[in-house]
Ligand binder design. Structure first.
Ligand SMILES: [Zn+2]
Length: 420
């Protein structure tokens, strides 16, 4: 089969692709509330004649797994996998994985449109989840649809996975792994601007409680301000971040950007303007390098906090309390000789006429679950810019979505059938 035939087939499905992406955005599916959108997509896949497995993860089973991140949300949410082609889904040719959950819209006033209108304006598709990553999920679905339309008979199955809870630690993908789904490789349609990302840094969420001693703001030297104790802590974390990057080199990352940043996300302290605050609560994310053992990284962080406390008269007697919580994203990495890297590069080149760029990403995602716990080489590759993910007026250029669908359709056909 010629590349042109596959291209023409995807071209004929453009309307269907955009409709599907718009319909998905119009069903809000904020993490924890994915079920309606998942049922919609399952029905669509069924209509195409795909065998759909729809299930609710078993809380006890996932909770026993070392990669489980407890997001505190009810577990009664639907995960779905569609199988195209006969054969054992434990030995599939390819997995195309996307998450259905989206993050909340934030301040609505910052959106020009209703975040769930799914509007397309001058070649740009807007809406919460448009970029991260419902357009990618729709493109992958249409890639399989195109292979069906072309009459390809797969030697081995291709699996479409639409998963829950990615934003809070990967419950959905973990559950597909526990259910036994495996393939030669997985492509996760995260927005990478059609760059291939076989390496992902990790991130651990931390919470620090800084003790102080309250007193009247008119006599601050009789108390201890927890806010003022935050300042040396912040400095110590900056130094830790810089020290950790000193010896780090990886071919998938340039030297101009941080690979494992330490970033403070929330800071709460005090309850009255004229009271010296007796506590500060700080939450953040601690970047983990690819290949780094998270427990070693945790120890390094803990030592930095202990060292800071030991040098401070107050903190040495009232130490900062550290807690690791919720998202504990380990790093993940697919070896450079994994066949999927070459296969995807060839499909990308045959469709776009350009060489596929490859780089690592500094954020946690589901890639690690495939590489660490399923022995499935995995890459991120999808339409859209990661800077649009989680942003107000989130959007994605529709042309890039079509290109992704063409590349994925070619990949689906070539991996599923040796005759193509
Ligand atoms: Zn995402």
């Amino acid at each position: 089969m010629q590349v042109d035939e596959i291209r023409a087939c995807v071209e004929s499905l453009r309307g269907e692709l955009l409709d599907l992406a718009q319909e998905l955005v119009r069903i809000p599916s904020i993490t924890g509330e994915e079920t309606e959108a998942q049922q919609f997509l399952a029905e669509r896949w069924q209509r195409w004649g795909l065998a759909v497995d729809l299930w609710i993860p078993d809380r006890e089973e996932v909770a026993r797994h070392p990669a489980f991140c407890n997001d505190g949300l009810p577990i009664e949410r639907v995960n779905i996998v569609a199988q195209w082609g006969q054969g054992d889904p434990k030995h599939a040719a390819l997995i195309l994985n996307g998450h259905m959950d989206v993050v909340p819209v934030g301040d609505r006033a910052r959106w020009t449109d209703d975040p769930f209108a799914g509007r397309i304006h001058e070649g740009v598709f807007f809406g919460r989840g448009s970029c991260d990553m419902k357009a990618g999920l729709a493109a992958a679905s249409i890639a399989v649809r195109a292979a069906q339309e072309l009459g390809v008979i797969p030697d081995r199955p291709v699996l479409l996975q639409s998963v829950i809870g990615e934003e809070t630690g990967g419950l959905g993908t973990l559950s597909t792994i526990l259910r036994g789904y495996r393939a030669d490789a997985a492509v996760i349609m995260e927005p990478t601007n059609l760059v291939m990302c076989p390496v992902a840094a990790g991130a651990l969420s931390f919470r620090l409680r800084i003790p102080g001693r309250s007193t009247h703001g008119a006599t601050p030297d009789t108390g201890v301000s927890a806010i003022e104790k935050f300042l040396p802590l912040w400095q110590a974390l900056r130094e830790l971040e810089s020290r950790r990057h000193d010896g780090f080199h990886h071919p998938a990352f340039g030297t101009d950007k941080l690979v494992a940043p330490i970033s403070i996300g929330t800071l709460h302290a005090g309850d009255w303007p004229s009271t010296v605050p007796d506590a500060a609560l700080v939450e953040g994310r601690y970047g983990i390098f690819p290949g780094e053992d998270p427990s070693t990284a945790r120890r390094e962080f803990e030592e930095a906090i202990t060292h800071l406390s030991s040098e401070d008269g107050w903190l040495s007697k009232h130490p900062i309390h550290l807690e690791w919580f919720e998202g504990q994203f380990e790093p993940g990495e697919t070896p450079p000789d994994a066949p999927i890297l070459q296969q995807l590069a060839e499909c990308h080149r045959d469709i776009t006429g350009q060489a596929l760029r490859s780089q690592g990403v500094p954020y946690g995602n589901d890639l690690r679950l495939f590489t660490r716990y399923a022995n499935v080489p995995a890459v991120l590759y999808g339409p859209g810019d990661v800077l649009q993910a989680h942003a107000a007026n989130e959007c994605i250029p529709v042309e890039e979505v079509f290109t992704a669908a063409e590349v994925l359709a070619l990949l689906v056909c070539r991996t599923a059938s040796a005759r193509i």
